[in-house]
Write a protein that binds this ligand. Structure first.
Ligand SMILES: [Zn+2]
Length: 411
């Protein structure tokens, strides 16, 4: 187990329930006063957690709709009286608002979740979920046997198995709550994140899929090398490198650390970082099963690391000879041409050939790919209502790749 970095030590000392600092717990309790009443939170329409989705269609009803545009209470009453025409039906007094019970959650987890619910209402910065999903989430939390969201580091989730299902920490209400509580303590900054050995990309401003990713530096044994790699990744981020590129850098440079460990041990000093380590790294990449092009890509990542680290003097003590030279790169292998040969194109354009495909989806897909130039993945994810028309009724294909784009369909 890797020791905690000073910042993690400090945070651990600050977290609620650690016994060393109960002041945050008291502060959270104070902040949710009046919001958490008798361990319950009343749900308002539009609350991102529990009040997501449309409202019950009956006038004056404070609950979100469950089925047939009615809330659960009204649905039951309506079923009870034999499902009359809604326009004619007098539903009586509106039901009480929905509520979420936090009573099953131990303290301080209860106050943490209540604070998250309060902040979600105030900021609306959480993807909305309905009451049933919110209750499932709380049930899941209650089964984790955690007394605080900070009992374990985020990289240690998933924490429990509930039945056969593994509970995962996904981007959503829980990560939002963790961020909000850290913000309250002033430790939700990029600077704080950079000091950690596991970076949460959501905290570094990434959105979309990479928002949920983490960069883990803990498998680099030598502390001085780990620090240099972290500085390099920070530089990568500052210069606009992609999340996937950064992720690959971390994996590659972690292997560099492994090569150093194999040559000179986990406590290797910078002076022991010689050319033998680079040779060892090449062997590791072969053992990892990377193709020549995969190895080239990774070697250029290592080369870049050395160049930037030397520029900034992040690797004092490492012999000047230690670098990646052009001879270290495996020979480039020629990739197959991306365009199809005329012979294959003619086969694909022949309706007789296409008729041999037994699956009608493939028969549709080939002409679609050829006529629109869509990527395969975008074509496979086309919705059923993907054709739109302009004022002159010319058909266009609407598809989603990363941004919304409009593409003219061939006649
Ligand atoms: Zn209702």
């Amino acid at each position: 187990m890797n020791p905690l970095t000073p910042v993690e030590e400090r945070t651990r000392a600050d977290i609620p329930g650690s016994g060393r600092n109960g002041s945050l717990q008291a502060r959270l309790r104070e902040l949710v006063e009046g919001f958490l009443v008798e361990d319950r939170v009343e749900i308002r329409l539009g609350d991102p957690v529990g009040g997501g989705g449309p409202a019950c269609c009956l006038p004056g009803c404070p609950r979100p709709a469950s089925t047939k545009q009615l809330c659960k209470a009204h649905l039951e009453r309506w079923n009870w009286v034999g499902r009359p025409d809604l326009a004619q039906w007098d539903p009586g007094d509106p039901p009480e608002p929905e509520w979420l019970s936090l009573a099953r959650l131990p303290v301080p987890l209860r106050f943490e979740v209540a604070y998250g619910l309060l902040r979600a209402r105030q900021t609306r910065a959480v993807d909305p979920i309905g009451i049933a999903a919110a209750r499932r989430l709380l049930d899941t939390l209650a089964t984790t046997e955690m007394s605080s969201l900070f009992d374990r580091g985020e990289h240690e989730w998933p924490t429990t198995r509930s039945g056969e299902r593994i509970v995962k920490l996904r981007i959503g209400f829980i990560t939002f709550t963790i961020d909000e509580i850290d913000r309250l303590q002033g430790i939700c900054t990029g600077e704080y994140e950079y000091a950690r050995d596991v970076w949460r990309l959501r905290r570094l401003g990434f959105t979309g899929t990479p928002e949920g990713w983490q960069l883990d530096f803990r498998r680099i044994d030598q502390p001085w090398l780990r620090e240099a790699v972290k500085k390099f990744l920070r530089w990568r981020h500052d210069t606009g490198h992609s999340a996937s590129g950064m992720h690959r850098d971390v994996l590659t440079l972690t292997r560099l650390g492994h090569a150093l460990t194999e040559c000179a041990g986990p406590a290797a000093a910078p002076e022991q970082f010689d050319r033998a380590v680079i040779t060892r790294l090449l062997a590791l990449f072969v053992a990892d099963g990377f193709t020549a092009n995969g190895r080239r890509q990774r070697m250029s990542s290592v080369k870049r690391f050395f160049a930037i680290a030397r520029q900034h003097d992040w690797l004092p003590g490492v012999p000047a000879r230690t670098a990646v030279y052009s001879e270290d790169f495996p020979a480039q292998t020629q990739l197959a041409p991306r365009a199809l040969s005329a012979f294959v194109t003619a086969q694909l354009k022949n309706p007789g050939t296409l008729d041999k495909l037994t699956d009608p989806r493939w028969r549709l897909l080939f002409p679609l790919l050829m006529e629109t130039g869509l990527r395969l993945n975008d074509a496979l994810h086309l919705p059923t209502d993907c054709v739109v028309h302009d004022q002159r009724q010319a058909p266009y294909l609407r598809f989603h790749n990363r941004k919304m784009k409009i593409v003219l369909v061939g006649q």
